[in-house]
Structures are given as structure tokens and as C-alpha cells.
Design a protein around this ligand. Structure first.
Ligand code: ADP
Ligand code: ZN
Length: 214
């Protein structure tokens, strides 16, 4: 089964993707994670995209489609992919369709995670992650433990993303509305779209995704 998690920044795509990976032995393909890895390892491409990402703008289609293509070749044979943060433009959506056809695979479902804008700003400006395992924390709803050790892996390396500030977030939201939200209509028209309420609790969102998939 291959699925896309679609939604604005802060909708909870990464959190739900991680849950699905644990429960279903699927593979998560997050272009945001791939780009951050390139950025922190200082590759030529990473250096090129760093400023664009920090400002909250979209990286070129050519770069992200290339990343996804490479990763699909490496993971070939996985029991299913969760695309998280990709596609973000119509050109990326078309490219993904072609890549899947080329592998003899289908797109089974696109899950749109709906969250209102106020909630996104509140979530993102309170967010930090474990630098070691990626566990997500939130100052209001899931604060970093008092002993400053990650509840998931025990590391003490909490990080805030360079683009999780109010200015970059507004740019990311604008990019979402201008470039990514047309994909909601695109996948609806193809008959692949299911929408879930992303404002519910983490477990309730997971339950709605499960019932959309089964
Ligand atoms: P979020 O969904 O919280 O904004 P991501 O981790 O998915 O975060 O993406 C972070 C940044 O990486 C984006 O703001 C953008 O600069 C870049 N990026 C990630 N995926 C894509 C993509 N598919 N196309 C273009 N840029 C991307
Ligand atoms: Zn951790």
C-alpha cells in the first residue's frame, strides 16, 4: 500500500507517518527529513537548499523529485511507502504518478490532514524534536521531560528547527496555499482523497487514518 499524507506545515504528517511505520512495516519518505539531512551533512545540494528552507520557501521540483527517485530505487521491494511532505506541487504529483507506474505500483490513498491556521502557528512555534530519534515534543502538550532525556531514546539532544519561527512559518503557509493546496482538488478528482480532522488527539487522528486505509 502506498499513501500520501497531505496537509499544511504542523498538521502532524511526520508524527502520523512515524506511527504508521511502527504499526505497518511501511517506509516513510519525508523530503523534509532528506533535505535536512543533506543540509546538516553539508553536501553541495544541502548548502544550496539551506537558505531556501530556512526562509520557508519550496526547494525546486528537480531536487526533491531527484531525492524521491533515488530513495525509491534504494528501498525497492518495501511493503509500502508513506509520502510525507511530498508531493507539494502539481509537477511533483505528476512525477510521483509516473515513478509509481514505472515501478508497477499504485497510489492507494491520499490522506488530507485538516487543521486550522491558528492551531498550526501555535503548534509549530512550540515544537522541538529529539536530534537523535526524531521524537516530537511540544512546550504546551508534551514538554521535554524534567530530566532532559528523550522518553523514546534517552538522548539529551533537543533541537528546534531553523524554520520553526513565525516569519518562516508564514512563508511556509503561503507556499502551502499557493502551491500545495491545489493537490487537494487534484487527488479528489482522481478519486484518491480522504480527509481527516488533524486537530483531534494524536491517537484519534491515528484511528481516523486507520479507518480511511482499511
Ligand atoms: P513542514 O511540513 O513542517 O513545513 P517539512 O519537513 O515537510 O516541514 O519541510 C521543510 C522544508 O523543506 C519546506 O519548507 C521546504 O523548504 C522543504 N521541502 C520539503 N519537502 C519539499 C517538497 N516536496 N518540495 C519542495 N520543498 C520541500
Ligand atoms: Zn529521542
Amino acid at each position: 500500500m502506498n499513501i500520501i499524507l497531505l496537509g499544511p506545515p504542523g498538521a502532524g504528517k511526520g508524527t502520523q507517518a512515524r506511527k504508521l511505520v511502527d504499526e505497518r512495516t511501511m517506509v516513510q519518505l519525508s523530503t523534509g527529513d532528506m533535505l535536512r539531512a543533506a543540509k546538516s551533512s553539508g553536501t553541495e545540494m544541502g548548502l544550496k537548499v539551506a537558505a531556501v528552507m530556512d526562509a520557508g520557501e519550496l526547494v525546486t521540483d528537480e531536487i526533491v523529485i531527484g531525492l524521491i527517485r533515488e530513495q525509491l530505487e534504494l528501498d525497492n521491494g518495501a511493503s509500502g511507502y508513506i509520502f510525507d511532505g511530498f508531493p507539494r506541487t502539481l509537477a511533483q504529483a505528476d512525477a510521483l504518478g509516473e515513478l509509481l507506474v514505472g515501478m508497477g505500483e499504485n497510489l492507494d490513498c491520499v490522506i488530507e490532514m485538516q487543521v486550522d491556521d491558528e492551531a498550526l502557528v501555535a503548534r509549530i512555534t512550540a515544537r522541538s524534536t529529539c536530534g537523535s530519534c526524531g521524537e516530537v515534543y511540544n512546550d504546551n502538550t508534551k514538554p521535554i521531560p524534567a530530566d532532559e532525556k528523550c522518553t523514546n531514546c534517552g538522548a539529551s539532544d533537543f533541537q528546534r528547527r531553523a524554520d520553526d519561527n513565525e516569519d518562516s512559518l508564514r512563508t511556509r503557509l503561503m507556499a502551502y496555499y499557493k502551491q500545495t493546496s491545489p493537490l487537494v482538488g487534484y487527488y479528489y478528482a482522481k478519486g484518491d482523497l480522504k480527509s481527516v480532522d488533524g486537530l483531534a488527539s494524536m491517537d484519534d487522528v491515528a484511528a481516523s487514518i486507520k479507518s480511511a486505509l482499511d
